[in-house]
Design a protein around this ligand. Sequence first.
Ligand code: NAP
Length: 245
Amino acid sequence: MLKGKNAVITGASRGIGRKIAEKYASCGANVAILDIVISDAALEAKKYIEETYNVKCEVYQCDVSSTQCAKETAAKITSDFDGIDILVNNAGITRDNLIATMEEDEFDKVIDTNLKGAFNMIKALSRNFIKRKYGKIINISSISALKGLAGQANYASSKAGIIALTKVVAREFGAKNISCNAIAPGFIMTDMTKDLNSDEEFLKSIPLKRLGKTEDVANLAAFLASEYSDYITGEVIRVDGGLAI
Ligand code: NAP
């Protein structure tokens, strides 16, 4: 489905990003894993992906919130892979707090990583996509953006910004055969949500009665990176078991 395509996935050494990297590799894509540090987890992901799927996999240190770092890393990856076809802006953090007690730094850090980070990577790779007259950009938002969850003024704002950014990119780059879509996950089992799986009352509030798996998000990310989604752009798709209905 993605044979011979080259994909960049930010924040991909663990969680949802890691599963997307594995899914893309299983579909035949070469993958560049970006993370804020080159951790053991990132190196283990590279080894596993190369050995299991027989595709090229490289790891890059990149703090996506830094414009300079995004620019330099994008240039290096584009050269190493001889062009990039797919970008997944997955890197994200939370710093939950009520507005009354939220520190300026907690707000800024989340916006800088989740929203500015995606903008930085799209801008840094835009020339590459335009030159290739091809591109699939997938931004990871959240249902927090749609529901405005309490304690997440910073996170929900950043993820709502991602939805607006997705629509702007879809309009600005559509004529160059570059599409841009967003995924809005609900509660997915990762380090970010590790306490929720034992909360039975919470699970009852989800129509499908379970937390999401990282595969649930990766499957949609594969569809949006593939030719099966060629006429879809500027769209936001929830993967939330019906939570935000
Ligand atoms: P995670 O397990 O916490 O992983 C996040 C990844 O992003 C980590 O690899 C982390 O690196 C990396 N990262 C953090 N800051 C970065 C930066 N400045 N530059 C580059 N990489 C950075 O998160 P997750 O649960 O898989 O979530 C992935 C995405 O899905 C996020 O955008 C999140 O907001 C979104 N999402 C998640 C859920 C959920 O329920 N899990 C729901 C809705 C949306 P380190 O390992 O070094 O920290």
